[in-house]
Design a binder for this molecule. Sequence first.
Ligand code: NAD
Length: 349
Amino acid sequence: MINLNPSDKALVPFVSVDHMMKLIHHIGLHDMLKGIAGYIENDFKRWESFDKTPRIGSHTDDGVMELMPTSDGLDYGFKYVNCHPKNTEHGLQTVVAFGLLADVASGYPVLLTEMTLLTALRTAATSAVVAKLLAPKGARVMAIIGNGAQSEFQATAMQAIVGIDEVRLYDIDPAATAKCAANLQGTSMKIVACKTGQDAIEGAHIITTCTADKAYATILTDNMVGAGVHINAIGGDCPGKTELAEAILHRSTIFVEYPEQTRIEGEIQQLAADHPVTELWQVMTGQAKGRTSEAQITLFDSVGFAIEDFSALRYVRDQIKATKLFHPLDLLADPEDPRDLFGMLQRAG
Ligand code: NAD
């Protein structure tokens, strides 16, 4: 637990949206993406020490609300996250999230934090860690189809971690592309706004799909995808919600976070339950092969797994210690005599 004040032993550090934004500016976006990426890589390399389960989702026609827990035996973390693609029509975010980290020995929470921004960072960091592993050598150009809330984070992580210097954008809503292009103007990357998805992927080494629609969508058709590219498919992450034509999956080598969850939520829900996939942690530990030829199409069927949130939560816990960018939160009833909860209540009256 962060030492807030010796007399406030049960106060829990809470990182608000405002504090998270200050933390990102304090550390620097590139450095924070690299920092989170480092934690994710390290945690994937010790994959077997984690308690893992597919996330628990509550589905409706319009969206899903999910809980994502995991533990390494020392720390326990979970994230609450939703995905409601129609929210933007009502001025609301498609995805919002918050999360908690707890000390396994006592069960006491040690951090409560906003995770809407942090999810965008950890998703982008994961995409970049995987692209660094699988994208064709010397990849410099990426396409992003779906230019909503996640898009600039995706581009920035690919710049910081993979060395991307050109981003080609497409969205069915030109206003989203204009927003994304304007937000990325300050970077040293060349930004190209495109009129079609086909235009956007022209010459791209990495193709990121991050659209939101609760449907079996076809953002990429088979004929759009040429040999040798890396596809980073992040928008198909829920039963009944995919982005790629099935034929692309049959031409690709498919890499996943946690097969038990991805088979329910990812692009591979379109395939037979025993279709071969490669687990990323095994590539990272040298137990499985990554890209094996220049012509190969590698596909990261990203759905977002709890360990990435756990890595991000621990990163934030470690960073806020020095910055004091948190509120001490009176979250836990913790009487001086642990068995006198009732007495504490009476005295408060
Ligand atoms: P958002 O609603 O802010 O943006 C989505 C964009 O996709 C919108 O601009 C929309 O106009 C565009 N779009 C919809 N259909 C399209 C189509 N057919 N062609 C081109 N563009 C289209 O959503 P967001 O927060 O950026 O999230 C994007 C997706 O990423 C969501 O589906 C979300 O569930 C997913 N996501 C995945 C992970 C992960 O770990 N894999 C993490 C976070 C979000």
